[in-house]
Structure formats: C-alpha cells, structure tokens
Write a protein that binds this ligand. Sequence first.
Ligand SMILES: Nc1ncnc2c1ncn2[C@@H]1O[C@H](COP(=O)(O)OP(=O)(O)OP(=O)(O)O)[C@@H](O)[C@H]1O
Ligand SMILES: [Mg+2]
Length: 399
Amino acid sequence: MLSHILGEDIKQSNVRSILESKAVSSIYNFGNSSQIVNSKINRTNIHICGEKRQDAEEAKQRSPSPPESPQNKERSPIIDLTDAPELPYYYDRTSQLSTLKQWILQAHTRLITVYGLSGIGKSAIALKLIEQIQTEFDYIIWLSLTNTPALSTLQTELKQFFGRSQPTPLPTVIDYFRASRCLVILDDVQNIFKPGELASQYLAGYEDYGKFFKQIATSSHQSCLILLSWEKPREMIALEALNRPARTLHLKGLGEQAVEILREKGLTDEEKWSDLIALYQSHPSWLNIIASTIVELFDGSVSRFLADTNDIYLGDIEPILESQLEHLSKSEKKVSHWLASQDEAVDISQPPADSELSQSQLWQALQSLARRGLVEKVPVGGRSLFFLNPVFKAYIECR
Ligand SMILES: Nc1ncnc2c1ncn2[C@@H]1O[C@H](COP(=O)(O)OP(=O)(O)OP(=O)(O)O)[C@@H](O)[C@H]1O
Ligand SMILES: [Mg+2]
C-alpha cells in the first residue's frame, strides 16, 4: 500500500529512510502557514516551518549573508523544537516580549539570559518569542541541558543540525553562527551549575560552557544564543559590565494578566483577586496550584480562602520551593534564615551580630541569592534595603 501511495518501491530495508525523507519534504512543503512543526519522528530530525515573507528582505539588508547561506536560496527557516516542552501560552507578556525582540532584532544582542524562579514562565515566553521572530532566522533549535550534556556533545549536536542543509560542513558552531542567522535556545541551564554552592558555579568538567558563552558574546557573527536558567550565569555580569552585546532579563510574575488564571479556574469574589495575585506574586505555577486548592477546599471562594489563612498558604507549592532551596550554599542558607526572621527589608551595612559570616561572605551570599531571584532590593531613603521573596520566607519560617 505504501509503495502505491508514495510511488516508491518500499521494502523492509528502506521503509524507515523513505518515510523520514517523505515526512521532512512534506514539512518543507508546509507552505505559508508558518506553524512550528514539532514532529517526534526522530531525536535529531529537522522540523521546518513556513516561508519567510515580507521580513526576508529586511533581514537580508540588516545582515547580508554569504553566498551559500540558506537566506540567499530563499529557503524556509529550519526549526527543531524536539527538546522543547509543549506549553500553553495565553497570558500575554507584551512588554517582556518587546524587550527581547528589541535586543535580538534591533540591537543584535548575541547572548541573552532569561532567568527567574522555577515555573515563572521562561520556557513559555521563549516559545512565544520563537513563534514571533522565526522568519528572521535561518535555523532555530531548542536544546535542554536537563541531562547535562558535555559541551562537546552539545556542539556536535548543533553542528549536525546546522550541517544537514549546508553543502560543506563547517568546523565550529561559531562558523555556522557567522554563515547563517541561527537562534539557539538552551533551556534548564541551572543543571550545569553545582548545587550547594554559590549561584552559577559550573559542575566539575563543565567550566568550558562559560568560555563558550563568552565566545558567543564576544565573537563577531549574526546569530543569537538564549539561555533559560534559574540562576544568572556569572559570565553575564562581566560581559554586561564591559558593554558587550549580552543582556539579561529577570522574568517575574504575570502582573495583571494573572486574573485570567483565576477566571479560568472559575474562582469567585473578583474584588479579592488582586490580593490573592499580590500574595503569590502573579507567579503562574503558584497561582495555578493555589487556585486548584481554593476550588478543592473553598468551592472557589477567594474571600473564604484569604480569611482562613493568616500566613501565606503553601500546600502543593512546597516541592517547587524545596527544589530551588536545595541548590543554596551554606552561607546562602544562613543569610536566607536571617532574612526570613526579619519583619522588614534590611540594611546590609548592619549585618546580624550573631552571624558567623564575615562581611564579604554576607555580601557574596546576598549577591548569589539575588542572582537566583530569591532576594530583591527596595530603595528606601536613598539607599537599597534587601528582603527575601515572601513566599520563600513563609516556607523557611514554617520548616
Ligand atoms: N504566558 C503564559 N501563558 C500561559 N501559561 C503560562 C504562561 N507562562 C507560564 N505559564 C504556565 O506556567 C507553567 C510554568 O511555565 P514554564 O514551564 O514556562 O516555567 P519555567 O520558568 O520554564 O519553569 P522551569 O524553570 O521550572 O522550567 C506552565 O504550565 C505554563 O503553561
Ligand atoms: Mg522551563
């Protein structure tokens, strides 16, 4: 039947390769629909979406490509999202998306880190970004570092992906970054950092990732690497300080859009929603979990839930918080316990008298907690005071 339908002589020995090539060519022919195709046929298969249209001309002017580049052959962008999670995206993050687009398309930023708490929506916003800017690139690939691949493995995978549609293979990833417009998203970057140490210290044997990130930011090319992480990598600090084409976005809650979560869950007492959203910092995962609790225990009544809780109720959020606190170093744990015991934001020029930490250890721990998005500062009377994220504070207090 397949031989007849596909017009090929199909045998057991060639069925796989013919089906794969047919699948690929039918994705190529997907035409103008511009949908990301996320086929799971094969781990390393290429996945292709619609054609460049009006943006193609603009992209050519902005970054002229060498003769062999796919741009000049008017090929569609080649997209591999096999490693990406499938996530819904209904709550708009217009301002953060505009910032990212401005950095990538206008400022030609080569290295971007989006960092923030687990479940805050880093992967969701990156998927939306791809959908909106895909026609600006020749290649887009999403790779997760969950299984902590060695840098050489990751680079081989990237070169294989870029090399499939190039007549001659190029020696390094940077060569592909120069020859074409490539967008690479590395997700779950915190996995290559040591747990139990200050933020963003590479695992033994993974230090070369830091050099790779730096090379991406400092070499000349026309591509972009986006890192999604719980922790801001330390290279970013030096690169940004030196005014290199590297930027960091600290992703926080959804803001007003979070009401949609409560609406979808069918919660009542709308006049109290802003209190609930503020309490859980418009964090999408936390609010989803708490909204389910309110349905389960209070028939959806936000007023009754808020009236019955003196502290911040954590419930099913606890495992998410714990998984992040497990990463803290000893000094960070001490400082977070100190901050959790304070009723107000603290002045770090007056450290706790009973602390066994020196001033420099205290400052390092605070910086590190801030790079994980756990500590924030507020300006008060011309100086900055520091406070622990209130939900983490509640968790540390009740342990
Ligand atoms: N803009 C959004 N629209 C709809 N749902 C969202 C949005 N942002 C986040 N979510 C939901 O919140 C949950 C967490 O989002 P996401 O997985 O993107 O977080 P994350 O920051 O990548 O977390 P982690 O660091 O643990 O991977 C998902 O279920 C996702 O559907
Ligand atoms: Mg994620």
